[in-house]
Every structure is written in structure tokens, then in C-alpha cells.
Write a protein that binds this ligand. Structure first.
Ligand code: SF4
Length: 105
């Protein structure tokens, strides 16, 4: 039996996962971002100094791909404002409607 604090945390993480799925669908439907936008997003992420709960930079390379935090497939439930969205950034940068979970771009 989970405590109320745990239940609230789980609810928040489930809501985050639902929001993330909605954002992904919206991004995919929005079309491609321009090359300039893609480069600007890359630069902002590369310079991003935000860290996760373990003090590790959100911007990271996992198996040769850039991610914002631990890949979501490895950690489905999360608070994106703290742990990063877990998106593969090359995909996220490429769509017009994509957004940084911390509002940096
Ligand atoms: S998407 Fe935002 S939070 Fe994530 S690495 Fe890029 S700038 Fe940082």
C-alpha cells in the first residue's frame, strides 16, 4: 500500500508521461524545423548546465545518441522538469512544435 506522498508522486509522473505522449504527437504533426532552428536548439542543449537528481548533466550521449536525461524507455515515469524529458534530442530538435521541458527553447 503506497502512502499519500508516493501516490501523489506516481500521479504526477503518470500525468507527465501522458503529457509527453501528447507533446510527441503534436510535435510529429507540426512538420520539420528549419536548419537554423535545429542548430540553435543543439547549441542550447550542448550548453545546458541542468543536472538530474544524481548530479549528472541532462544533456548526455547514450549509445551514440544525444538525450535530455536518462532515455524515457529506461525510465518511463519521471518528473521531466527535474529528470529531463528522456527524449532522443536529434528527433526532438527536428520538429517545429517540440519544446525543451525547462523552457530553454
Ligand atoms: S532539452 Fe532543455 S533541459 Fe534538455 S538538455 Fe536541452 S536545454 Fe537542457
Amino acid at each position: 500500500m503506497a502512502c499519500n506522498k508516493c501516490k501523489a508522486s506516481i500521479r504526477r509522473k503518470l500525468a507527465d508521461a501522458a503529457r509527453s505522449a501528447g507533446s510527441l504527437a503534436k510535435s510529429l504533426a507540426s512538420g520539420s524545423a528549419s536548419t537554423e532552428t535545429l542548430k540553435a536548439r543543439y547549441k542550447i542543449c550542448e550548453e545546458c548546465d541542468k543536472t538530474d537528481e544524481n548530479g549528472k548533466k541532462l544533456f548526455r550521449t547514450v549509445k551514440g545518441r544525444f538525450y535530455c536525461g536518462q532515455p524515457r524507455v529506461q525510465k518511463l515515469l519521471r518528473d521531466s522538469s527535474r529528470a529531463g524529458c528522456g527524449c532522443p534530442l536529434a528527433v526532438k530538435w527536428a520538429y517545429k512544435a517540440s519544446k525543451c521541458p525547462l523552457g530553454k527553447w
